[in-house]
Design a protein around this ligand. Sequence first.
Ligand code: 13P
Length: 345
Amino acid sequence: MNNTLVLEKIAEALVATGKGILAADESPGTCDKRFDEHGIPKTEEMRRKWRGLLFGTPAVQTALSGVILYDETLRQKADDGTLFPELLKSRGITPGIKVDQGLEPFEGSSEEKVTKGLGALATRLAEYYALGARFAKWRAVITIGTGIPTERCIRENARRLAEYARLCQIAGIVPILEPEVLLDGTHTLARSEEVLTQTLKIVFEEVEKAEVNPKGLILKSSMALPGKESSRQSSGQAGKTATPEEVAKATLSAFTQAVPKTVAGIVFLSGGQTPMEATVRLNEIVVQAKALKAPWPLTFSYSRALQAPVIAEWKGQDGNVASAQAIFKKRVEETALASQGKFTA
Ligand code: 13P
C-alpha cells in the first residue's frame, strides 16, 4: 500500500463506527494539576500508574480506537514491562502522540496565543513513528473576547497547523488538527458559532495551500457553545442553558460551512464541559448529523469528560484501581453510544 492509502486507512480506523479516542496527552504539569485536586503524589511513577490504569482497563478496546499520549508516556512501561504503545497496539488501539510544544504570545499580545513546536518537528516525528505512534495531535487555542480573535492570529495558527499536518503525512503519521475555540468568556452561542466557522474556514484554506490530503487527516473541534461566563450561565455550569439541540445545530452549521466533505472525520474535545454535558451534546450532534446526511464520521476525543470521574475514584490508591477502571469503561461506553446517536441518559 502506498503512503497515502496507509494514512487514509489509519484515519478511517480512528473514526470507525462505535469507537472514539482517549486524549491522555496531558503534559506532566497538567497531569500534576489534576493529581493535586485529589491529593495524589506528583511523581513520574504515579503518572505511569495512572496511565497504566486507563490503558489496562478490561474490554475498553471495544469502544476505543486510539489514545493520544505525551512524550513521557510514549516511553513508559506497564507493570509487566510492556511499553505503553506496545500494550495499546496489542489491544487493537492505535497509539498517537501530542507533538505541539504549547503556546506563545501572538505578536506580544497578552490575550492571543499561537502554538509552537515546528522546530525539529520532522526529526521528532521520525522518532515517534519508530516508537509506534501512527497519529499525532497539535492544539491551537482561539480565545473569544473584545476585539478577538483577530483574523491574523487565526491565520498564523492555521498556517502552523497546516505545516504540522504536511510534515506528519510525509512521516506516515495521521495529523489531528485541533483548533480549540475556548469556552472561557461571556460570548453567546451565536458568537461561538461565528468564530468556529471563521476559524475552520481559515484552517482549511491553509490546509489546501499546503497540499495536505484531507482524507488523511482528522479535525478535532470544539462544539459551538455559549461562553462559560455568559449571562445565560447563571448556575456557573458550562454551557448549561443552551439546549443540546441548539448546540448541535450551531456546531453542524459551522462544519457545513467550513469543513471539506473529504476530511476523514471530526472528533470533539470536551473543553471543560461536564462528562454528561459532553455526552448528551455529542449524541444530539450525531442525531442531527445523520438527519442532515453529514459527510463525516463524528466521534469523541475527550480527556476530562472521560477521565474526571475515574481519577476521583482512584485517588492514587492501588485498592481503587478495579473500581476506577469500571467507571472508566462505563464512561467510554456511554460516550461511544453517544457517537452513534444511541445514548439515553
Ligand atoms: P478535553 O476533552 O479535556 O478538552 O481535552 C481534549 C484535548 O485533547 C485538549 O487538547
